[in-house]
Ligand binder design. Sequence first.
Ligand code: FES
Length: 230
Amino acid sequence: MNIKIKRQRYPGAESYWQTFVYTGSPENTVAGVLDELNYKDDITDINGEAAPRISWECSCLQGVCGACAMVINGKPALACETFVKDCRGETMTIEPLHKFPVIADLVVDRSVIQKNLRESGSYIKQYMNPEPEEYEHQYSTARCLKCGLCLEICPNYADGSRFYGEVFANDCYAIASKSGKDEVMTEAYDKHFAAGCSKSLSCMDVCPMRIPTLASMAKLNRGLKGGSGK
Ligand code: FES
């Protein structure tokens, strides 16, 4: 199989495509493919030209940390959870997430996610009043990896300057369901999520943790502790 990778050597550099040949097992994940391509003494592309090692990120390699989020065959996905045998065609394309600045090759700067969550206060709230009937959904939203795949696919998310996306809506739900009504949080939810969401729900299709964001939105919109009731 040919592996066509969108490359960029450093922030702001010109990007270009480079194709490699992968002859390993179809049981491998895309993370495994990148590992195999990188761990040869000399890396060469499909034309036999010497190529620099491919920059990409991983940590857990079991779909837990979100570090390996990228665009595989046009779809936002985790490299460690995507298998070669499930990719159709002779050529697999791999690109960095499009909505974040590229640091190198497949490594992007996703710090805007933490910045928005921090500035809206969702990292510093105290959990004061847990509601047993909310436990199941609270657990579900707590599994968010902050990987950015939901932002990559979202037609409303651009650069995180105004609309913060699914990742933020689920954190708002988590805060509202545990901490009680909070006007600052409610205002932030209305401004940075409710006002910009067109409910395409493409975020739910790509979420590796299958977080039911629609349920978070419904609960918040019904006015659950801190929801605006809009
Ligand atoms: S390496 Fe952690 S999710 Fe893929």
